[in-house]
Design a protein. Structure first.
Length: 368
């Protein structure tokens, strides 16, 4: 099982913007030092809590400071960008990282961004994502001149095309035919995951949904693969989790259960944003639960993995038994309310927890 970092990011709106950007950079640099396999960064424009407005720009600042970690967009919200911009910027970024780019795409998840870009219609966002990625792939794989026409965008570079002068050519990525593509999902029985299976993309399951919903993602991915005649591979599935590791169970619980801490802030923010929007169902491990049951204690118990290294290793193995095999564990990056504790958590996860998990999985595989 591989290990990665998933960074929305989500910070207290009272914190200094410059400081949290530096901390987000520091987290990825530490992940690289600890031999994490990959790091993913989200994209939001209109929230004081989530202020990485361009994951490509942010990750480009780390390209020459990291050595081996793969850098992913988690995600590029395709309905909010012209496909030609995405194609050009992503291709250049792939070259800057010498092929360490993972291209996460999505429809967006922030309601204020939807209003900004006039993309509130869910169906339209899905259509826009598919049209956009098809145009991006076409520009990477076709020779100019380009004449790509769709419902939402038209791309024409014909009159000014000049082979002699090199005009009209779109940059192609370092990884051919294109970087690995992944798509995020948070809803039970997500259609996005099914689409990933149909298109050969990797699914990423969100960290703020209970395991019973995560398990449905594999079912949908398999169905999508079968539709396309493709054999599903658990190695392609990434599962994000909120994880805090301390030297003892008691220390971990004190940190996680602090109602003034970053974990309580994180789940309070998500609940207060998504429940009024009618999306509270994604949080519920039992459909009979009411919205009033979505207390902070429920979130911290149902959606957090925390404890000593031994405890967290056992919980991760239990998670795998509940949802099935997956290829990469993505630990969610949270606001550093205690920088030393969070850096210690990342270190313990990489150096103590994951070796235990990998040994346990290897022993089970040998026994089977």
């Amino acid at each position: 099982m591989k290990l990665g970092l998933f960074m929305m990011p989500l910070h207290s709106p009272d914190r200094d913007y410059h400081t949290v950007l530096e901390e987000d950079q520091e987290a990825i640099l530490l992940a690289d030092k600890l031999d994490f396999d990959e790091a993913w960064v989200g994209e939001h424009l209109t929230a004081k809590t989530e202020q990485i407005t361009s994951p490509l720009i942010f990750l480009a600042s780390l390209a020459n400071q990291t050595t081996s970690i793969k850098l992913g967009t988690g995600v590029l919200n395709l309905p909010h960008h012209h496909p030609a911009y995405v194609a050009g910027h992503a291709a250049m970024f792939d070259h800057l990282t010498k092929g360490r780019f993972l291209m996460g795409i999505g429809t967006g998840g922030l309601v204020s961004d939807f209003e900004l870009f006039k993309t509130r219609e869910v169906r339209n966002r899905g259509e826009m994502l598919i049209e956009s990625i098809d145009m991006i792939l076409a520009m990477w794989q076709q020779e100019p001149p380009y004449a790509l026409h769709g419902k939402y965008w038209n791309i024409d570079v014909t009159d000014t095309f000049s082979e002699q002068l090199g005009l009209g050519y779109m940059a192609r990525p370092y990884q051919l035919p294109h970087p690995p593509i992944a798509i995020s999902a948070m809803s039970p029985n997500s259609s996005s995951v099914r689409l990933a299976g149909e298109r050969g993309w990797g699914p990423i399951s969100a960290n703020f949904i209970p395991p019973v919903h995560i398990a449905t993602h594999w079912t949908q991915y398999v169905a999508g693969c079968e539709t396309a005649g493709r054999t599903p591979d658990p190695a392609d599935w990434r599962v994000a989790q909120s994880i805090f590791v301390a030297d003892t169970d008691e220390e971990a619980e004190r940190h996680v259960k602090n109602l003034d801490g970053s974990m309580a802030f994180y789940y309070r923010y998500l609940r207060d944003q998504l429940v009024p929007a009618g999306l509270g169902g994604i949080f519920k491990s039992d459909p009979s639960m009411s919205d009033s049951d979505l207390t902070l204690d429920y979130f911290l118990d149902a959606m957090m993995i925390y404890g000593s290294p031994d405890t967290v290793a056992k919980k991760l193995c239990t998670l795998r038994e509940r949802i099935g095999d997956f290829g990469t564990l993505l630990v969610a990056s949270h606001d550093w309310d205690d920088k030393a504790a969070w850096k210690r958590s990342m270190t313990l996860l990489a150096e103590d927890v994951m070796p235990q998990v990998r040994d346990k999985l290897a022993n089970r595989a040998a026994a089977d």
